[in-house]
Design a protein around this ligand. Structure first.
Ligand code: ZN
Length: 294
């Protein structure tokens, strides 16, 4: 090949390359995926409740998941018969193309209690208290989630964030016959559940003295499509010390974006005690509480 022809050939190859790229881009429009960012457990409290002739203790915590991605988390729950639960699909917005349907990302169930009657998306977030270097662990018993835009992510404002919350419904409140329910979290917003609401606590019964990690993990089974998954867990490291049958808990460290809160990080952070909730009968009350029923 002569040196005079080379630029034309190279130009042709570049043109061919750009056409190939354009074809590929047309074939696969960009998905505007959410990015679920698990925030560290917050508002930790110890509460007590008498039952069966003894006092039981619980660690309560607030939990929050925010969407810092390119598009909203959209959950479409639906069913064909009123005798069945709903199947949940994820709808992914795309740039310059119709939304993409991701089938079967989970299920939805109608939850009934005196003050808690609406549709929950199941398994969105999980809470586990596990002993460091031991086998003891406690899991939450949360009945599910009514996802929504409950708070705005602090500035700087994300490029894809909307000007106002979109998901503000009560998830089919008092409508058990619904055939379809939509839930979600917009970009720039988060879903928050206060400490000691339904499922926002774990039992401390039978947990020995030692150090523990309380882990909050969203989208644990990765069934929801996201931009990234390495920010789906956050944790706090705690020390537990029983004195005369009463638990004393101290926060040793908070670890964003990690399920492992190391002793080294704990040593840097400085311990602070976990507040006690003195209100008697709090367990009985909080079973009736709900994120968004009131
Ligand atoms: Zn609820």
């Amino acid at each position: 090949m002569s040196s005079r022809l080379a630029p034309a050939v190279v130009g042709g190859l570049l043109l061919l390359g750009s056409l190939t790229f354009a074809t590929a881009a047309t074939a696969a429009p960009r998905a505007l995926l959410p990015d679920l960012d698990q925030e560290a457990p917050s508002s930790l409290t110890v509460s007590s409740s008498p039952a069966g002739g003894r006092t039981h203790y619980f660690l309560g915590f607030g939990s929050a998941v925010r969407n810092i991605g390119d598009g909203p988390l959209l959950i479409d729950g639906h069913r064909r018969s009123r005798r069945t639960r709903m199947v949940a699909d994820q709808i992914v917005d795309r740039a310059g193309a119709p939304p993409k349907l991701v089938r079967g990302v989970g299920g939805m169930r109608y939850v009934v209690s005196p003050d808690h009657q609406h549709w929950h998306y199941l398994g969105f977030d999980h809470y586990t208290l596990r002993q460091v270097g031991g086998a003891h662990r406690q899991r939450d018993h949360k009945s599910g989630f009514c996802l929504g835009d409950r708070y705005a992510v602090p500035p700087p404002v994300l490029p894809s964030a909307g000007p106002a919350p979109v998901f503000t419904s009560r998830c089919g409140l008092k409508q058990p016959g619904r055939m379809r329910v939509g839930e979600g979290i917009s970009v720039g917003y988060g879903d928050y559940y206060a400490a000691n609401l339904e499922g926002q606590y774990v039992s401390l019964d039978g947990m020995p003295n030692g150090e523990y990690t309380l882990v909050h993990r969203v989208n644990a089974d990765h069934r929801l499509r996201e931009l990234r998954y390495d920010n789906d867990a956050a944790s706090v490291r705690l020390s537990l010390h029983w004195v005369s049958g009463v638990p004393n808990l101290r926060v040793l460290a908070m670890c964003q974006d990690s399920a492992r809160c190391s002793a080294r990080r704990a040593a840097r952070a400085g311990a602070r005690p976990v507040a006690r909730v003195a209100r008697a009968g709090v367990i009985g009350d909080r079973r009736l509480l709900c994120c968004c029923c009131a």
